[in-house]
Design a protein around this ligand. Sequence first.
Ligand code: OMP
Length: 275
Amino acid sequence: MSFMTKLHRAWDRNNSLVCVGLDPDLDKLPECVRHEPKPIFAFNRALIDATRDLVCCYKPQIAYYAAFGAEDELAMTIDYLSQTCPDIPVILDAKRGDIGSTAAMYAREAFVRYGADAVTVNPYMGTDNLKSFLDYSERGVVILCRTSNPSSAELQELVAGDRQIYQYVAEYAATRWNYNHNVMLVVGATFPEELGRIRQQCPEIPFLVPGIGAQGGDVAKVLENGQTADGKGLVINSSRGIIYAGKGPDFAAAARRAATALRDEINRHRREATR
Ligand code: OMP
């Protein structure tokens, strides 16, 4: 099943636009998992068991594994997801990009080594870089467009010709890069007006929206500006706001409460959502 089909089904099955970001900082893990032989995996497994009926995606960020030499626990996490909830797509957040021959290795890493359904990529190097990912027609390619961080306007809002750089990214995503219909865009919750502009340019492309929770994005504004005509089109990520909702032995139950609250808050603002 293609990434896009899987995503559409997950939105419907769980009636949820929530993505849980699996960004486990080894130094912040609850005491109760720290002494496990594979603490990151133990933490993730508990979070997955507690939330898999509440989400439309999981998004592990590779830096949290690579920084601790824990790529094996990333692989174990993705394997566990494919065994326990094969219907929920996994977006590997790696923000890759390079010359074509190297990008081909990054694509292989994401899609073959880890078996991710989708990967985040940086479009700065242009089409030959992106092609290495886009040619995996059954996998999703999640292209940075208007990112959530404070300095993102520095380059992304520069005007070239009659538009800003991020608007070109949105235009190319809807046209020349979407030849396999497997493109998503990253648009931060912290810039809701830009989110609305990009939605006008790309009425149907799904957006990965980070910046809710710890970064302070506003759910109501994200929905108002970003949802598609059918009340979907968004994969709204929260990492720290969910995975660190509790610090004690009940951390997974606390994560479940936080994910439920976010799902319900999002659904209150959706068109045609079943609440
Ligand atoms: P929290 O702020 O803890 O919810 O984490 C946000 C997650 O989304 C992290 O994994 C970031 O690396 C990622 N992210 C952003 O925060 N901003 C962006 O513009 C893009 C991403 C991303 O591509 O996921």
